[in-house]
Design a protein around this ligand. Sequence first.
Ligand code: HEM
Length: 404
Amino acid sequence: MPISEVMKFNPYDPQFQKDPYPVFERLRAREPLHKSIFQTWIVTSYAYADAILKDPRFLVDNLPARLEDKAENYHEASFLQLAQILESWLFFLNPPDHSRLRRAISSRFIQESIEGLRTYVESIVTDLLGCIAAGRPIDLMANLADPLVASTTTRLLGLPDHEADQISSWSINTIRIFDQPAPLEMLLEQSETMAQFRAYLEQLMAVIRHQPQPGLFSELLQQQPHSGLSDAEIISTLIVLAATAQESSKGLISNGLLALLHHPSSMSQLRENQALIPAAVNELIRYDSPIQYVTRRAAEDILFADQWIRQGEYAVVYLGAANRDPAAFPEPDRLDFQRTNRNLGFGGGVHYCVGSFLAKLEMEVVLKALLERFSGLELASDSLERSPTRLSRRLASLPVLVRP
Ligand code: HEM
């Protein structure tokens, strides 16, 4: 393939947004570590992605520092406040600060703790499916995924359930902070959203400190003498968890269900053997990864795959591409619930997704309930609207017809 073809790689291309996999395939075959026209390194092979995620010489993105520069250049104080919130997000912290904050929350996210939410998730799904009438098109995002992840997130974090819609709407705007570079107007909008979210949590903190509630918010406040987390760190952590939990879980539900709707024989396989559901969820994460990329920055000059990645240069690690690498997953474009599957859908290394058990639990419950409640599901439209968020790959709506 001529190099000019490879150089066409453009993540802003609508066609790429719609279906990135042919582009990944070409790039991986020709140049799995590719210096893009934007001067960032684009990583598309499994081996390189895995190695970079585990290599401590690759630091996380320094977005908060870039926002501080912007605050100075544009005399825009709200960017500084935005940077201050992001500075405590796990995504933008390196060890040892990262380890300290992650330790403070990790016990709440281990499999045993998350299993405690299963009955709650099942009851929400049962209620939501109970409101769906067979025979006419329904939107599985608006009628199932959106309210499910909104309620589960408030339950996990210990936020008032009647505020779930408001929290969800702040979260969706918040997660778009990852879509950089962003126009100034968008940054201003995000600063405003984040300020509102923070003010809301600050008020709630005063109440919860005196009247503890079940959930992570109270737990973090009670553990403060041991964890040493500041109030600001707790609030930033709740914001990042609310935002990530919602956006990525919706991605798994939408992409996973869409893949099954496109592969009726795989859907039948699950209907006949529900024991396959956990493996199927893992395969669905691989097949159409909800978080398509993570960004890393070289802490020093690094000789990697025979190329010099210079200090300060960025590597965009495409998890979606790594997960379709035939060297790691034979016949990668095929859904196969029985394959050996160490996919990178939840990342790798010290930043491995903290919420992986919760995301998998939600998807398992959704799949089981849909298969039990309806004898058939089919897509009700070919033109599917996608969420505008670049980081996460997901549908905004999923219209289906269900048979009782
Ligand atoms: C299918 C759903 C999900 C996917 C695909 C996903 C994917 C990821 C990925 C790829 C990373 C690594 C980021 C990096 O290396 O820079 C990550 C980290 C993270 N995820 Fe998830 N995630 C999902 C669900 C969740 C949920 C439900 C939560 C919260 C309840 C969550 C919270 C986080 C947090 C806080 C981090 C940062 C961890 C760290 O930097 O130490 N995720 N996730």
